[in-house]
Design a protein around this ligand. Structure first.
Ligand code: NAP
Length: 409
């Protein structure tokens, strides 16, 4: 499967990414609405690249398989060929995947992140004029979340209430470690939260590097360390350690300050308790630029932020390691709309915009954003937005993609 593409060249990675003019990029169509939104994304990206570079550059798309389509073709939900292809080509994009019921896989998305070592989930949340939002000033939201992908409570170390080993574990905690508030060990479940120095530091390092490269002014380390001192609290301390040891941060009243070597501007690094953060991103979203946080907080926070700018239908995402990048729609397969040409492809299209910037093809990314911005402003939107807008008739998925292309100048 991996070597079936004859034209096009591989993206190379040595110390940094090196993108040929005709790169091969694997894509996973996705389940449910994947067959609606993925063709729309491919059309928009091809048009943006052609508008920006004429015939000097083009993407050689290569379909790879995961989810239902993979199962139907190969009998496997996540074939090894798919993992190999993403590792080989370094950049890939995917639609949403159904979580197989009773297939022995908790989630294909989690499996992909774990198998590929994609330790960061990056979610930029930005408002587009014209999109219906529950906020009075959604335009004040321009926040990028860096969520740690590889550990926390999501690692899956869980013990079922009532099992013999669970009761034994709880008795050990009670007797040997003097944990005296386990009232009913016979009927209590246990989950283990793992937060390591290594994973915390590499996440915060990437968030700080992003703040420098994107000339942001504030990085907030979001945690609940006042309660969970040795996990969330430790994350915060290790985050500050990275800022001091690797970015020469200096102590200031509200946290630490880094000097951006690119422009001499100061970047403030602070920490915010998670519950306070949920309040502040609603009341004062303009105070936030970059958020670095652990898996569970990041999961909640990125969807809550997405709601502020119109919902997960328009929020893009990327899963990243040091070398590989898998861009993805942040919503699920929306089975209600599958195959009906009605779903909103914006999340996947904006994920493709992140992908183009990751490749250094910023001219094409700018064209794509321009098309999207003007289309939304002109109220040329899909039904999920149109139903909240007076007198607006929703476009089909394919007509919306067509409108985005038409608005690229
Ligand atoms: P979902 O697929 O995100 O859909 C929930 C609702 O969100 C839809 O019914 C629809 O709302 C709206 N929606 C989501 N995406 C939309 C789009 N592109 N355009 C228009 N409306 C959209 O969540 P779910 O129903 O909980 O999950 C369904 C399946 O997806 C499950 O198998 C789940 O495991 C999987 N999933 C996959 C991913 C992923 O691949 N990254 C993420 C989450 C869930 P209305 O009905 O109000 O119109």
């Amino acid at each position: 499967m991996v070597d079936s593409v004859e034209k096009g060249q591989q993206i190379q990675w040595t110390d940094s990414i090196s993108v040929p003019d005709f790169p091969i990029i694997p894509y996973i169509e996705g389940d449910g609405i994947g067959s609606d939104i993925t063709p729309a994304m491919l059309k928009v990206v091809n048009h943006a690249v052609s508008k920006a570079y004429g015939d000097k550059r083009a993407i050689e798309w290569k379909e790879i398989f995961a989810g239902q389509k993979a199962f139907d073709l190969t009998g496997e939900w996540l074939p090894q060929d798919t993992i190999d292809a993403i590792e080989k080509y370094h950049v890939a994009i995917k639609g949403p995947l159904t979580t197989p019921v009773g297939g022995g896989i908790r989630s294909l998305n989690v499996a992909l992140r774990q198998k590929l070592g994609l330790f960061i989930c990056q979610r930029p949340v930005q408002y587009f004029e014209g999109v219906p939002s529950p906020m009075m000033h959604p335009e004040k939201v321009d926040i990028t979340v860096f969520r740690e992908n590889s550990e926390d409570i999501y690692i899956g170390i869980e013990f079922k209430a009532g099992d013999t080993e669970t009761k034994r574990l709880l008795e050990t905690l009670k007797n040997q470690y003097a944990v005296d508030n386990i009232a009913r060990p016979e009927n209590t479940g246990v989950g283990v939260k793992l937060i390591s120095e290594h994973a915390s530091k590499r996440l915060v390092r990437q968030a700080l590097q992003y703040a420098i490269s994107q000339e942001k002014e504030h990085v907030a380390l979001v945690h609940k360390g006042n309660i969970m001192k040795y996990t969330e609290g430790a994350f915060c301390h290790w985050g500050y350690d990275v800022a001091v040891e690797e970015f020469a941060a200096k102590k200031v009243e509200w946290g630490y300050e880094i000097e951006n070597p690119n422009n001499g501007q100061k970047i403030l690094v602070t920490d915010v308790i998670a519950d306070a953060c949920f309040q502040q991103v609603l009341l004062k979203p303009e105070n936030f630029d970059v958020i670095a946080t652990m898996n569970l907080n990041g999961d909640y926070l990125s969807d809550a932020l997405a709601a502020q700018i119109g919902g997960i239908g328009i929020a893009p995402g990327a899963n990243l390691s040091d070398r590989d990048a898998l861009f993805e729609a942040t919503h699920g397969t929306a089975p209600l709309y599958a195959g009906k040409n009605l779903a909103n492809p914006s999340s996947l299209i904006l994920s493709a915009e992140m992908m183009l910037r990751h490749m250094g093809w910023s001219e094409a990314a700018d064209k794509l954003i321009q098309g999207m911005r003007l289309s939304l402003k002109a109220k040329e939107v899909t039904q999920d937005f149109a139903r909240h807008m007076e007198g607006v008739e929703g476009l089909s998925t394919s007509d919306f993609a067509q409108a985005i292309c038409r608005h690229m100048r």
